[in-house]
Design a protein. Structure first.
Ligand code: ATP
Ligand code: MG
Lengths: 280, 578
């Protein structure tokens, strides 16, 4: 079925045609933690996601790649229903977390978000102390016990490879930290409440190679304990640190498979061209 | 290949016309002059206004020399020079001159004249006197000229003749008189203060006690009728309290009489420039000094003392003398109560507008309406406050809570009070708070909110813990802007509770300490009253300027505090990233 030239196929998508995604055999999981089924999303009249179907394996790192504006962030934010905050958003289809429908009207969105952690492209520490930043997810559920808070703070900061740098100034304002430190602080905050899924939207885009390296190491450590869904523009990063990779284009899923296969021997020529940097 | 322009060195004129990056219109000289001129003109006007107020307000308390002017007919006029003027000579002017002087002036000539503050209103029935240079014979600065600031009748300017202390032989030596006055004045002021305390506080409390007992009986009468057993009992109870109060006040009155006797026998005899004599009891004297003999340090001390009196004393002489303490308290308290009303309301409203409401047509209409509300003339708010707060709400509360007072035609809340004035100004300033808060909320980056929601926070948690702290500097700014606006507002206050002279402060040490049902004095209204309503506006002029200076200083300090607080909070909550 993939006989056309890549250019034609991408041109067809750009012209508004639907294409069938190439989902590899290895990516049909029995008990996925997140299961996306025929998911569509509209910003007002503009359709941003087209019939996305894919399942995310538990305890693994899944990378979303694709050219800018293809809907990666939109898909990621749909998992914890952060798109609900935008008035004009409308969705079709469904998404399941551990078998429960995320978009069921009976679902408590706030409880749902508590089960996930999110790291944003631009670090967004709150204007308070480092300590208060990390324990924020605990504070909002009403935990006041000092020992619990302090324990969580240390564990999360260690988890985010930040403890040694900030342990002496936990009560200083978080806005006084460097950009890289701020991003790791946001990761510490995201893992403080032991989420089931960690959503990361280009967490390294504003960081230098050393900080990026630290975060990649961190992801490797967190893997197994947490399921990670990461959006990245950095192909090396996706290749190095993820287990599965999904390639998206203009709101459609094009190919989804094990990272090694996607980067060395993808089924589609377009994927090949994108991951090797020949377009996008 | 080199760029031509880099080779050619531009001369000054060319550079002016080729300023890189400037839009064409900015290089256009006529526009430059027009716009710059407009800016300079408006700045100059503001600077002029401020420096005039600062000069007039800042210098009016500085002791001025007292000069003695001998005029053509041989009489002497003594006083402080208030201002200078010129007058054009014409037929009427000439006809008023004494015969001998008429030849000395020609028609159309400008003659200088001086307004002399002669004081001594009780003796001469005038505060001021014009002296023309045409009739002036000589000017001197008599070292014994003495100025007395009195509790009533305003100032006295003259020379001391004798000091009578009790039954002793009068002192007549000029230096000894001044020394004697200085020696006894402090003691007399102490006694006076005790007396005033007894008259105002102690007697006032007794009367209030009796009055409240009487009102209780009236209330019983209204409820059960005049014939009822309840009323007979209540009346009896009131009689007991009344008798007790009468006894008590009699003893206080006796004390007051004793104190009066203590101060009465001290009298200072003074002579005016024209030789009339007047006896001035020492208890009437606030301050006495000989301005022409004062050293610089003495003058400085006097200047400071006058400022202290101005800031911390009650007004006298139809507000044209004394201080503005009640007006300061009234202004500050009204502004504070207003802030307590306006900030929670304004912040809540803007939270709804910017965090909860979905953006749409209705919301933009509401926003426009709020912005326009800020432009409604303030007197309209005054009328509304009078009708709604004073009459409707206040009247309703009165009927419910104070039937006895209402039955006697003395409303408690159903009239202008500091409470309703504050509520009216809160209404007036709520758009300021809403607009500033909304702006502050909008300036909170969405990434903050998303971060919080991403952690599983509810809407209110996000607002309370993340959005509000971040928006706090802006909210503070809105609050202080509202305070500054409210503190300077006068027109609506005239309808809802500001008065020329309030018998009692809205805050004191009696009963509930804060008395929201009282009328109050206000600096802005004070300025209006002194400057435009006073019978003797020339004498009140210095007070107008100092009060204006004070009001401006209060408003400017509020604004400075706002700027400082904003900076401080911004450093803490916004900070720099990367
Ligand atoms: N709030 C919004 N309102 C309207 N359209 C939006 C909104 N957010 C995103 N879009 C549109 O949805 C499409 C997908 O955007 P999305 O942010 O998901 O892209 P992305 O893949 O994350 O891109 P990038 O790599 O640049 O971050 C884009 O065409 C964008 O213009
Ligand atoms: Mg994105």
């Amino acid at each position: 079925m993939i006989t056309d030239s890549a250019v034609n196929r991408l041109a067809a998508i750009a012209a508004g045609e639907m294409c069938t995604p190439a989902v590899h055999e290895e990516c049909h999981f029995d008990a996925p933690i997140v299961d996306i089924e025929k998911f569509n999303l509209y910003y007002g009249a503009k359709r941003a996601l087209f019939d996305i179907s894919m399942s995310i394996p538990k305890g693994q790192i899944t990378a979303l790649v694709g050219p800018s504006g293809c809907g990666k962030s939109t898909l990621l934010r749909s998992v914890n229903r952060l798109n609900d905050l935008i008035d004009i958003v409308r969705i079709e289809g469904g998404m399941k977390l551990n078998g429960e429908n995320i978009y069921d009207p009976a679902v408590d969105v706030i409880e749902l978000r508590k089960r996930m952690g999110m790291v944003f492209q631009k670090s967004n520490p709150f204007p308070m102390s480092i300590f208060e930043n990390v324990v924020y997810p605990l504070r909002i559920v009403g935990i006041r016990d000092k020992t619990v808070l302090e324990e969580t703070c240390e564990r999360s900061l260690r988890g985010a490879a930040l403890w040694d740098e900030v342990k002496d100034r936990l009560h200083e304002n978080a806005l006084g930290m460097s950009g890289g430190q701020q991003q790791r602080l946001c990761i510490a905050r995201a893992i403080a409440a032991d989420p089931e899924v960690l959503l990361m939207d280009e967490p390294c885009s504003a960081l230098d190679p050393i900080a990026t390296g630290k975060i990649e190491e961190l992801m490797a450590e967190l893997k197994g304990q947490y399921t990670i869904l990461i959006v990245t523009h950095n192909m090396q990063q996706a290749a190095r640190s993820s287990d599965y990779t999904a390639f998206m284009y203009l709101g459609q899923l094009i190919e989804y498979g094990p990272t090694a296969t996607i980067f060395t021997n993808p089924q589609l020529q377009e994927t090949q061209e994108y991951v090797t940097g020949r377009f996008g | 290949m080199s760029d031509n322009r880099t080779e050619h060195v531009l001369n000054k004129k060319e550079r002016f016309h080729l300023l890189p990056g400037l839009p064409l219109i900015a290089r256009n000289e006529p526009m430059l002059w027009l716009t710059g001129g407009a800016l300079v003109l408006s700045l100059a006007l503001i600077v002029l206004l401020l420096s005039y107020i600062f000069y007039q307000g800042g210098t009016s308390f500085w002791p001025q020399p007292v000069e003695a002017y001998v005029v053509h007919d041989g009489s002497t006029i003594m006083g402080e020079q208030a201002r200078e003027d010129t007058i054009e000579v014409d037929e009427t002017y000439r006809s008023q001159l004494p015969e001998a002087l008429r030849a000395g002036v020609t028609d159309g000539e400008e003659v200088e004249r001086m307004l002399i503050r002669t004081a001594n209103f009780d003796v001469t029935n005038t505060h001021f006197h014009w002296v023309d240079t045409t009739e002036l014979v000589s000017v001197s600065v008599p070292p014994t000229a003495t100025v007395i600031e009195r509790l009533s009748w305003g100032r006295f300017i003259g020379t001391p003749i004798s000091l009578q202390i009790q039954e002793e032989e009068p002192i007549t030596d000029p230096t000894a008189i001044m020394e004697g006055v200085d020696e006894h004045l402090a003691g007399i002021h102490d006694v006076l203060e005790r007396r005033i305390h007894l008259e105002k506080a102690t007697l006032g409390e007794i009367r209030a006690h009796e009055e409240s007992a009487r009102l209780e009986s009236v209330e019983v009468r209204l409820e059960h009728g005049e014939e009822s057993q309840h009323y007979v009992e209540a009346l009896a109870a009131y009689q007991v309290i009344k008798e007790h109060c009468v006894e008590e006040s009699a003893s206080v009155l006796a004390q007051i009489e004793n104190l009066k006797k203590e101060t009465a026998p001290y009298t200072l005899r003074m002579a005016t420039a024209s030789g009339q004599e007047a006896d001035i009891p020492l208890e009437e004297i606030v301050r006495i000094y000989q301005p022409n003999a004062l050293s610089f340090m003495d003058k400085l001390g006097l200047y400071g003392a006058r400022w202290m009196e101005f800031l911390f004393d009650d007004p006298r002489e139809a507000n044209s003398e004394g201080g503005v303490w009640p007006a300061i308290i009234g202004t500050v308290m009204m502004t504070m109560i207003m802030t307590i009303f306006v900030v929670p309301f304004g912040v809540m409203a803007s939270l709804y507008l910017s965090e909860y409401a979905k953006s749409g047509g209705l919301m933009s209409i509401i926003r426009i309406a709020i912005n326009n509300l800020a432009g409604v003339p303030s007197i309209v708010f005054g009328v509304f406050g009078l009708g709604f707060f004073c009459t409707t709400i206040g009247g309703g509360l009165d009927n419910w809570l104070f039937p006895a007072e209402v039955s006697e035609g003395r409303p408690v809340l159903g009239k202008g009070t500091i409470l309703w004035a504050s509520a009216t100004l809160a209404l007036l300033t709520v758009p300021v708070v809403i607009v500033a808060t909304e702006e502050a909320l909008r300036a909170v980056p969405n990434s903050m909110r998303e971060g919080s929601y991403g952690c599983g926070a509810s809407k209110w948690q996000t607002i309370w813990r993340i959005v509000m702290p971040r928006a706090l500097p802006g909210i503070m700014t809105g609050m202080i802007l509202a305070m500054a606006r409210g503190a300077g507002e006068v027109a609506p206050l005239m309808l809802v509770g500001a008065v020329k002279l309030a018998p009692e402060l809205p805050i004191d040490m009696h009963g509930t300490f804060i008395h929201p049902e009282r009328s109050f004095m206000h600096l802005g209204f004070h300025i209006y009253d002194l400057g435009l309503q006073s019978q003797n506006s020339e004498a009140a002029k210095p007070m107008v300027f100092t009060t204006t200076l004070l009001l401006i200083s209060i408003v400017v300090s509020l604004n400075l505090i706002a700027i400082w607080m904003r900076k401080r909070l911004a450093r803490r909550f916004v900070g720099g990233t990367f």
